[in-house]
Design a protein around this ligand. Sequence first.
Ligand SMILES: Cc1cc2nc3c(=O)[nH]c(=O)nc-3n(C[C@H](O)[C@H](O)[C@H](O)COP(=O)(O)OP(=O)(O)OC[C@H]3O[C@@H](n4cnc5c(N)ncnc54)[C@H](O)[C@@H]3O)c2cc1C
Length: 45
Amino acid sequence: MDLGGGLFVCGDHRDTPSIQGAMASGARTARAVLRRLRPDSATSA
Ligand SMILES: Cc1cc2nc3c(=O)[nH]c(=O)nc-3n(C[C@H](O)[C@H](O)[C@H](O)COP(=O)(O)OP(=O)(O)OC[C@H]3O[C@@H](n4cnc5c(N)ncnc54)[C@H](O)[C@@H]3O)c2cc1C
């Protein structure tokens, strides 16, 4: 999740309390970082 001001957060507390939730949150946050770094790139949510 993009908190703004260059801060991003991920973890199971942002999804389900499991390894699967941690990975899903991490993937979402990675995509948010890519969108911030490369706004023109087409990455889905
Ligand atoms: C006993 C137990 C059994 C589990 N069994 C399962 C299971 O069978 N299957 C399953 O899917 N899930 C299981 N889980 C849940 C799973 O472990 C977690 O959902 C997952 O590890 C969360 O990953 P995360 O990266 O969000 O957080 P974490 O794995 O908790 O990683 C957070 C990291 O941040 C570090 N950290 C914290 N504060 C700071 C700070 N201020 N500065 C720097 N670093 C910091 C911590 O040291 C830690 O390394 C289990 C959990 C427990 C406790």
